[in-house]
Design a protein around this ligand. Sequence first.
Ligand code: 1CP
Length: 383
Amino acid sequence: MSDSTVKQNQDEFPPLKNNLILRACRGEPVERVPIWIMRQAGRYLPEYLSIRSQNSFFDVCRTPSICCEVTLQPLRRFDLDAAIIFSDILVVPQALGMQVDMIAKEGPRFAHPINVPADIKTAIDRTKQASVELKYVYDAITLTRHALDGRCPLIGFSGAPWTLMSYMIEGKGSETHSKAKKWLYTYVEESHDLLQFLTHFIINHLVEQVCAGAQLLQLFESHCGCLSHDLFVRFSLPYLRQIAKGVRDMLTRRQIPFVPLIIFAKDAHYALDELCSSSFDVVGLDWSITRRQIRTLREKYPSVTLQGNLDPCALYASQNDLEKMIKQMLEIFGPKNYIANLGHGIYPDANIDNVKHFVDTVHRISKDMIKHESVPKMINANK
Ligand code: 1CP
């Protein structure tokens, strides 16, 4: 897409009616805390399951009209402050030529995972371009941005290099990721080469999503739980940083103003300092991060917006207990520089009434907190 076409497209989208989440990302005042839910479009919704009963997972991803419908489904039920485009992190290895299937009750499965570095040559085609191979994602984003009619911002996303590399080697989900970790100890140079290649592809994929209409970006580094701090610092963090800088530089060149970048590095409890000082606007925290850690981050990095981190299983609790947990969460994070979310994706058996209660309670309690916080200031101003 040429720079002038991009600019023209951006001007044609309907005006935004709810920019709470963008303000929270910039640290600006909000009247209530914005909330969205990781995996908010998906298997806990009967209307999603009904579409899935007639379409394969990747057909949903590849058909912009269905993709748009599925993205909007949770917004019809809940007062969410952002939509996230329906897609998957594994569309990237697919775009590079790897066959990935979604197996019912099992999850993703690669037909031919990479075992040794020599496999890379046949497994992935380095000439592939995101703008061509993943055009269906960008078409879905443009369609959805129009269909949203400015109701709330649309989030684009990608998997981060280490998470994608580990799937490409393991070929499916794994507890230990020991096959992929073996590469980090035995094929150090080849690992960096693959991570670097993925980094460039991901930067293009994220920038294309913004050009198509995405207003925020989230990077999922889901497989930090199997890394030591040392491995994280060597094989994940440098590429996360490159992506943040690369996306910003490329957007600046295309004259697109500020797009907030969210990093969600699951189980990276050992690297919160590095994440908060790595030029992402928002750091997503998983549900295992403790209240003490959150308080420390707030003191050390007051300008970083935090996102999270209710345990997805808290949605199984009674509404009374859920409300107590939400109140506690809002008190610890505080209502500013904060985006409420779960601390990982919602589970397929989540209680839908409780999801609604989660969203509405975050809005209600935070509105109250903010109103009462501003009273003393108003009294002062009147003096
Ligand atoms: O049968 C189905 O319908 C498949 C279920 C499903 C869904 C709804 C999968 C399979 N992916 C998705 C959509 C999806 N995946 C979204 C968009 C929807 C939304 O958020 O509303 C997003 C952002 C993802 C991201 C994703 N996919 C991640 C990162 C987040 C995380 O959970 O850490 C990961 C790791 C994946 C891989 C994946 N895709 C699907 C499954 C079951 C998995 C995990 C497999 C595993 O490793 O165990």
